[in-house]
Design a protein around this ligand. Structure first.
Ligand code: PSU
Ligand code: MN
Length: 306
């Protein structure tokens, strides 16, 4: 591999694995700081790292600490991200700001993808992607995650797109941007808490080896950009759309009444859905991230073996 970027601080274990071509899986940190409550967030982050190790890959959680982009965090750093209120949500546009100010930043899918790619990591595990918000035809609120997926060569394993977003329009934008959207082992595109979304998956692959071959084919052809690898939540952890849909609709309506918009809206909705569901949504969220970690480790292993 090429030399790592001089502005990155890469943990020794991650650096060694990358230098010798062993599998590495990137993890984002917005899910820790702004996606789940403390201390479940930190506990989940540690367990997810452990699952990736058991799957034969090295975990690399990514965040900006004291203005330095870090690839691979220790226990104390995970705890800080999960508990410190001053950790900013950092998407692509915010990276220069937190670095210049020496602040802490929790990276979204978009900024985690970019930092992972700069470090030489090709597989990234998260919970849910950002996308086109409901009502975006007026607000123009479309996550930078989608733009980034069109630019940066990283495969992103998620449980699909939450129905707090406009799933149909999200899939349309991904098609326009030339981003492959594959669901592993299912014809239905999943919607985070639920195994289906009412939308057919644009593409389906069966198993980690097929995903790894698709990654190699894409980048081998010089087709720049990422790949959405959707992994449906396990049946036993699923919350049917008929149950969660009404809670999501209520949270979206409340956000609108309160005038919450922009970067604050996704964290607000996630927190409110946990409250409205009496913690059920958090339980499902944790289960699906762990499920994604298992698949991500397997994909990283298969890709490293090609
Ligand atoms: N969707 C989820 N959980 C999350 C996020 C999205 O189900 O934690 C986070 C991710 O970090 C994602 C970000 O990249 O929200 C998108 O925020 P925005 O829409 O502001 O780009
Ligand atoms: Mn937005």
């Amino acid at each position: 591999m090429t030399d790592p970027h001089p502005m990155l601080d890469i943990a020794v274990e991650v650096r060694d694995a990358l230098a010798s071509g062993r599998p590495v899986v990137a993890l984002e940190s917005t899910i820790i700081s702004h996606g789940m409550p403390y201390p479940k967030n930190v506990q989940t982050a540690r367990e997810v790292e452990q699952i990736i190790r058991e799957g034969g890959a090295v975990p690399a959680t990514i965040a900006v600490l004291h203005g330095v982009p870090r690839i691979g965090l220790d226990d104390a750093q995970l705890d800080l991200l999960g508990s410190d209120e001053h950790v900013r949500k950092v998407s692509i546009r915010d990276l220069p700001y937190v670095i210049a100010r020496g602040e802490h930043g929790a990276t979204t899918v978009a900024s985690t993808m970019r930092l992972a790619a700069l470090a030489g990591i090709r597989v990234f595990v998260t919970g849910g992607l950002g996308g086109v918000h409901r009502g975006a035809e007026h607000s123009m609120d479309v996550s930078a995650d989608l733009t980034e997926l069109s630019l940066t060569d990283v495969a992103v394993v998620s449980a699909g797109v939450k129905s707090l977003l406009d799933i149909g329009r999200t899939l349309e934008v991904l098609e326009t941007l030339g981003v492959p959207v594959v669901t592993v082992g299912s014809d239905d595109f999943p919607s985070f808490y639920s195994r289906s979304s009412g939308f057919r998956s644009p593409l389906r692959l069966d198993g980690a080896a097929e995903v790894a071959r698709a990654m190699r084919a894409k980048w081998g052809l010089g087709l720049a950009g990422g790949m959405v690898v959707a992994n449906p939540i396990p049946v036993e952890d699923e919350i049917p759309e008929t149950e969660i849909g009404a809670l999501i609709a209520r949270a979206v309506a409340e956000a609108e009444e309160k005038g919450i918009s922009g970067a604050a809206i996704t964290p607000y909705l996630l927190g409110r859905i946990v409250e409205l569901s009496g913690g059920e949504s958090l339980r499902a969220n944790i289960a699906l991230v762990k499920n994604n970690a298992r698949l991500g480790a397997a994909i990283a292993r298969e890709y490293a073996a090609l």
